[in-house]
Write a protein that binds this ligand. Structure first.
Ligand SMILES: [Zn+2]
Length: 391
């Protein structure tokens, strides 16, 4: 079955170039043709109502089981497994309604995200494509222990990464440093955790099987070790500096700074005090690093840490707004959640171009004029299937 969208303005190609008087055809979940208007018959014809067609949005850092309340860890402890699973499914629908057609979940209790991701892929339930690690590889007692597969030493690291791949992970997540939220005692954000040797083994094995490695890294030593170990993305990366940025460029490591979540943890009412205090200490450092390095020759992607304290499952837009305060260029900022995010995932995603996945969002208004127009979603297609339509 082929489909066509007519009467639409298209943000075309890797430069999000606005083109008019064209129509877009897709078949078997893939964009087949973008061509001048024709009268050719299709199996399914969609009237774009003179709206704006953008690539489906990509959030590179989420936690589908969390609820974005002030204290999601307590919530999951109270709810239990079955409710977490239901919530993850429901959050999947939420992403689609906001035009988010791909998410990367890098931390999930009992590998729930892997199960949800498989169900979506098999067509059992509707949702975004979820590229996910399931559990994270973490040292015993390290960052986010509640969803960790604890690994200590090189043999355990090798076993851990193989276990996650065996269960169906499509990306590997490691904790190179402590964090801000998750444990009320005994954790410091700048403290290095997994060693260079442990991380190197994990990266080598993941890459052997075609999986990328995402590293939670806040302190400078943890960022440096992650880069040298061969990770593909640095998550957060607060203490980025000149030497580290040179290394990022040299090793072609992408950066998902996740600015919004730390602001929320620092400012949002009701977030546990231990976390607010730690976030307050590093928010300024984080913002300064992003200001200083956002123009460097690396891929920078949008990740919201959705589900974290005070971070909704459509907070990708908040992350976009937070980045645009510095970037000050609607098109360049929009790329972090579309074109560049697709490149970071190394998949045919995030670009409206022949051969790319038909993840498509019709907006009423032009996001290049104002990024708030990302809130005017009319219709959403995920892998060519109509998954959301406004009443
Ligand atoms: Zn996270």
């Amino acid at each position: 079955m082929n489909s066509v969208i007519r009467n639409i303005n298209i943000l075309y190609g890797a430069e999000l170039e606005l083109i008019e008087d064209h129509e877009i055809w897709f078949e078997n979940g893939v964009i087949s043709e973008i061509a001048p208007m024709s009268k050719e018959k299709s199996d399914y014809e969609i009237d774009g109502q003179d709206g704006y067609l953008i690539p489906g949005l990509i959030d590179l850092h989420v936690h589908v089981i969390w609820d974005g309340s002030e204290d999601p860890v307590s919530m999951t402890e109270k709810e239990g497994y079955e409710q977490m699973l239901m919530r993850a499914v429901s959050n999947g629908h939420h992403y689609l309604e906001h035009g988010i057609t791909t998410v990367r979940d890098i931390g999930s209790i009992d590998d729930i995200s892997i199960h949800v991701s498989k169900a979506i892929r098999r067509g059992v339930i509707k949702g975004p494509e979820i590229i996910t690690s399931g559990k994270t590889l973490t040292m015993t007692g390290g960052h986010d222990p509640f969803w960790a597969n604890f690994v200590d030493g090189k043999d355990a690291a090798l076993k851990g990464v193989r276990e996650q791949i065996y269960k169906g992970a499509t990306v590997i997540k490691i904790s190179a440093s402590g964090g801000v939220y998750g444990r009320s005692e005994g954790e410091s954000a700048g403290q290095s955790e997994l060693s260079l040797e442990e991380m190197t083994i994990i990266c080598d094995e993941a890459h052997k099987f075609g999986l990328d490695v995402a590293s939670h890294a806040i302190g400078r030593e943890s960022i440096k070790n992650s880069i040298l170990a061969g990770v593909d993305t640095i998550e957060h990366g607060h203490y980025m500096d000149d030497e580290l940025m040179d290394l990022m460029e040299e090793h072609k490591v992408a950066w998902n700074p996740t600015l919004f979540v730390y602001r929320q943890v620092a400012e949002h009412q009701g977030v546990p005090e231990y976390a607010r205090k730690k976030a307050k200490d590093i928010v300024k450092i984080h913002d300064a690093a992003f200001k200083k390095y956002h123009k460097r020759d690396i891929l920078i992607g949008a990740g919201s840490d959705a589900g974290s304290p005070g971070v909704s499952h459509h907070a990708l837009k908040d992350e976009i707004y937070a980045m645009n305060e510095t970037i000050q260029d609607n098109k360049e900022t929009l790329k972090t959640a579309t074109v560049t995010a697709g490149k970071i995932l190394k998949r045919e995603k995030g670009i409206i171009l022949e051969g790319y996945e038909a993840d498509l969002v019709i907006l009423k208004d032009n996001p290049l004029e104002n990024l708030e127009h990302l809130n005017t979603v009319q219709r959403v297609f995920a892998r060519g299937e109509s998954v959301f339509k406004i009443n």
